[in-house]
Ligand binder design. Structure first.
Ligand SMILES: CC(C)(COP(=O)(O)OP(=O)(O)OC[C@H]1O[C@@H](n2cnc3c(N)ncnc32)[C@H](O)[C@@H]1OP(=O)(O)O)[C@@H](O)C(=O)NCCC(=O)NCCS
Ligand SMILES: Cc1cc2nc3c(=O)[nH]c(=O)nc-3n(C[C@H](O)[C@H](O)[C@H](O)COP(=O)(O)O)c2cc1C
Length: 334
C-alpha cells in the first residue's frame, strides 16, 4: 500500500536523512541504486522538485541521461549500513546491487522506476533539466576538498569528476506501507500502517468500544493526522476487506514510545487481532530506537487491563500519573 504524502511535510526528515545516505534509483534497462548524500527539496519554476548531484562517471549518470527519471528512497529510521556499503561503494556496472543488498523493489505509480520497501519514503521524479558543474567556477577551497583528483574516474569513489545537477520534478510522493495478512478464525485479516484516509472508520470504531477515553482535539481528524505525520509507520489498522476492525495509535518523542486507543471491533475480539496490532506497533517503535513504551488505561477497564497485562505491560503502583492542560479539551469517555 502506498500512502500519498504532501512532500514538504517531510522536508525536515529528508534533510536529516541525506547526510547519512539516501538512495537514488534508476530504471529502464534493469534497476540500479546509488547512495546520495547531496540533494535538495524545493521549488523550481514553481514546481515541486528534488535536485540530485551525480558525478560524471557514475553508472547512474549514464542511466539518468537515458531514462530522464529517477526515484528517491528515504529510510524512516536509521539507514541500513549494509545497503549504504553496497549501494554507496559498488557500481551497478559490475554488481546487481538490488540483489546484493536484498532490496525489495516496489512497483512505481507514476513513472517507470521502482521504489524500495526498505526505504519507504519515496519520491518519483522526472528530470526537467540537467546542468554539469564547471569545476573552475567552484570556490577553490571546496574544489580542493571535494575534487582532489587523487582517484581515477573509474573508481567507485572517484573524486575527479564534476557533478551534474539533475532537477527532478516530483510527480508523485508516498510512503510504502507493508501489509500482512493472517487468518483470524475463518476470516482473513490484513494489517497495515494507518493512513489519514482511515480516520472516519477509525473514529466510528473507537466510538463503538466501551471504556476508552478520547478528546475532541487530539483525536480529531487534524489531531490524528498530526500524530501520523510526526510518526510515520508506527500506527496500524486491521482490516476485513476494506472495513477497519482494529486500530492502534503509537508514537514517540525520541525518548519514550506511547500507545493510544488500541481496540478491536466487538465481533472480532478473541482472535488475536489486538495482540498483532500491538506487536507491529512495538516492532516499529523499536526500529525507531525506542526502549520503553507506556500507555494509559482506565482503572475500571478490567478487560483492557487484563489485555495489557497479557501483552507484558506491567502496572506501575509507584507513580502517579499527572497532567496539566495547556488548552481546554472536551473529553469523550466511551
Ligand atoms: C482489549 C481488546 C483491545 C482486546 O482485543 P482482542 O483483539 O480481542 O485481543 P486478542 O485476541 O489479541 O487477545 C490477546 C490476549 O489478551 C487476552 N484478552 C483479550 N481480551 C481479554 C479480556 N477481556 N479479558 C482477559 N483477557 C483478555 C486474550 O485472552 C489473549 O491472550 P491469549 O493469547 O493468552 O489468549 C478489546 O477487547 C477491545 O477493543 N476492548 C475495548 C477497548 C479497550 O479496552 N482497549 C484497551 C484499553 S485502551
Ligand atoms: C554517504 C554517501 C553519499 C554519497 N553521495 C553521493 C552523491 O551525492 N553524488 C554522487 O555522485 N555520489 C555519491 N556517493 C557515491 C556513490 O554512491 C557511489 O560512487 C556508487 O558506487 C555509485 O554507483 P553507480 O556506479 O552504480 O552509479 C555517495 C556515497 C556515500 C556512501
Amino acid at each position: 500500500m502506498k500512502e500519498t504524502i504532501q512532500v514538504f511535510d517531510y522536508a525536515e526528515r529528508i534533510g536529516k536523512a541525506l547526510p547519512r545516505g539516501i538512495l537514488l534509483n534508476t530504471g529502464g534497462d534493469g534497476f540500479n541504486s546509488m547512495v546520495i548524500g547531496w540533494g535538495h527539496l524545493g521549488l523550481v519554476w514553481s514546481l515541486p522538485t528534488f535536485v540530485v548531484y551525480v558525478r560524471e562517471h557514475r553508472y547512474t549518470k549514464a542511466r539518468l541521461d537515458k531514462t530522464r527519471e529517477f526515484t528517491v528512497s528515504v529510510p524512516l529510521g536509521d539507514p541500513d549500513p549494509e545497503i549504504t556499503r553496497i549501494c554507496g561503494t559498488l557500481s551497478g556496472r559490475d554488481t546487481d546491487k538490488a540483489a546484493a543488498a536484498r532490496l525489495t523493489l516496489e512497483a512505481p505509480r507514476t513513472i517507470g522506476t521502482p521504489g524500495i520497501a526498505e526505504y519507504p519514503l519515496t519520491l518519483e521524479c522526472r528530470v526537467l533539466y540537467a546542468q554539469a558543474q564547471v569545476l573552475a567556477d567552484i570556490p577553490e577551497e571546496i574544489r580542493r576538498r571535494m575534487y582532489p583528483q587523487d582517484l581515477d574516474s573509474s573508481h567507485p569513489l572517484a573524486n575527479r569528476d564534476a557533478h551534474t545537477a539533475y532537477i527532478g520534478q516530483i510527480v508523485d510522493a508516498y510512503i510504502i506501507r507493508p501489509e500482512e495478512t493472517f487468518s483470524a478464525g475463518d476470516a482473513s485479516v490484513t494489517l497495515r500502517a494507518m493512513a489519514p484516509a482511515d480516520y472516519d472508520q477509525v473514529w466510528g470504531l473507537w466510538m463503538s468500544c466501551k471504556n476508552m477515553g478520547f478528546n475532541t482535539t487530539d483525536d480529531s481528524r487534524e489531531g490524528v493526522e498530526k500524530l501520523l505525520r510526526r510518526n510515520p509507520g508506527t500506527s496500524f489498522v486491521a482490516l476485513s476487506g476494506d472495513r477497519v476492525i482494529g486500530v492502534i495509535l503509537a508514537g514517540q518523542d525520541g525518548r519514550r514510545g506511547y500507545i493510544y486507543h488500541a481496540c478491536t471491533a466487538e465481533a472480532w475480539r478473541g482472535r488475536g487481532i489486538a495482540s498483532r496490532l500491538v506487536q507491529r506497533a512495538l516492532d516499529a517503535l523499536k526500529q525507531a530506537g525506542i526502549h520503553k513504551v507506556a500507555l494509559l488505561v482506565f482503572q475500571y477497564n478490567e478487560a483492557g487491563n487484563a489485555f495489557w497485562e497479557k501483552m507484558g505491560f506491567t502496572r506501575r503502583e509507584d507513580v502517579a500519573y499527572r497532567n496539566r492542560l495547556l488548552s481546554a479539551l472536551v473529553r469523550i469517555d466511551t
